[in-house]
Design a protein around this ligand. Structure first.
Ligand code: NDP
Length: 254
């Protein structure tokens, strides 16, 4: 059996097993199986990868930075983002990659915008910020903002309200709680001037519910999930895939 998994905490909500197992089946990879693994301590990620004899893994909240630090080698954009969302066993090495940024950009490819605010400053925010470097960053606390020296950053306390075409929520607020990613009044002042809203969480969050009141086009994280997944799937199987076909298959099980 060739084993793949997703490491996260929480992880029970993850739709990844359905997406990848559907595609393994489509390609007749009958001895391939993708599971969920609840990982409490990110420091154990590589130890567990080896212990479970896994060939490839997706990495989600809050372990992407641990995966970056502990992988034997990190390649591509993950080196700049300093976060890994995909680990692959290549020869004897566990190699880390990041497919989130490309996946997100593909998901909003039809929108036209000139000013962007990213809410959140974690791994996903870093990934998206690599692709939209002039986007401003708004985060709950100060510490993670030190990773965004190339652009303007704010905490809730010093945010000077501006007009942004596109507002992107990259925080985990609303993932498994009822939190908004910033104070309600602050969000309302942003939403009334915005053209588009994107949220990387793939179920309806309190933020998306609030944005709906402003009749804006809203993307939840499903398309990003699919497109970053297509890129990971190609690494898992290590042969050229039809990306459109794999995206359609993955969407069919969401
Ligand atoms: P990180 O743990 O790296 O960062 C989390 C960020 O969220 C931090 O900026 C943190 O702020 C902020 N945050 C957490 N809770 C709250 C809250 N209650 N209010 C305001 N801000 C909060 O997470 P990631 O960047 O890896 O992931 C973030 C989200 O992106 C997750 O929900 C994940 O599921 C989703 N995701 C979706 C993908 C998709 O394919 N659709 C792909 C990748 C991620 P602070 O610094 O103050 O702690």
């Amino acid at each position: 059996m060739k084993l793949f998994t997703i490491f996260g905490n929480p992880v029970s909500h993850s739709k990844s097993p359905r997406m990848y197992n559907k595609c393994f089946k489509f390609y007749n990879l009958n001895n391939y199986c993708y599971t969920r693994t609840l990982l409490e301590n990110g420091e154990d990620i590589i130890k567990l990868f080896k212990k479970l004899k896994i060939l490839g893994a997706s990495v989600t909240v809050p372990h992407k930075e641990w995966a970056y630090r502990l992988a034997d080698e990190v390649r591509g954009i993950a080196k700049e983002i300093k976060a890994v969302n995909c680990l692959i066993l290549e020869d004897d090495k566990i190699v880390g990659y990041n497919t989130d940024a490309e996946g997100f950009m593909e998901s909003i490819s039809e929108w036209k915008y000139s000013s962007v605010l990213i809410i959140g400053a974690g791994g996903t925010a870093k990934a998206i910020s690599m692709m939209i470097p002039d986007a401003h960053i708004l985060n709950r606390s100060k510490n993670r903002l030190k990773d965004f020296t190339h652009t303007t950053t704010y905490t809730w306390d010093n945010f000077t309200n501006k007009k942004y075409d596109l507002i992107i929520n990259t925080t985990s607020a609303g993932l498994s709680d009822d939190n908004l990613p910033a104070p309600k009044e602050l969000l309302e002042s942003l939403l009334k001037n915005a053209k588009y809203v994107a949220d990387v969480i793939y179920h309806e969050t309190p933020f998306q519910k609030l944005a709906k009141k402003y009749n804006l086009p809203i993307k939840d994280g499903s398309d990003m999930l699919v497109y970053q997944g297509v890129l990971q799937f190609e690494k898992f199987v290590d042969f050229k895939i039809d990306k459109k076909e794999v995206a359609t298959l993955m969407k069919s099980v969401l």
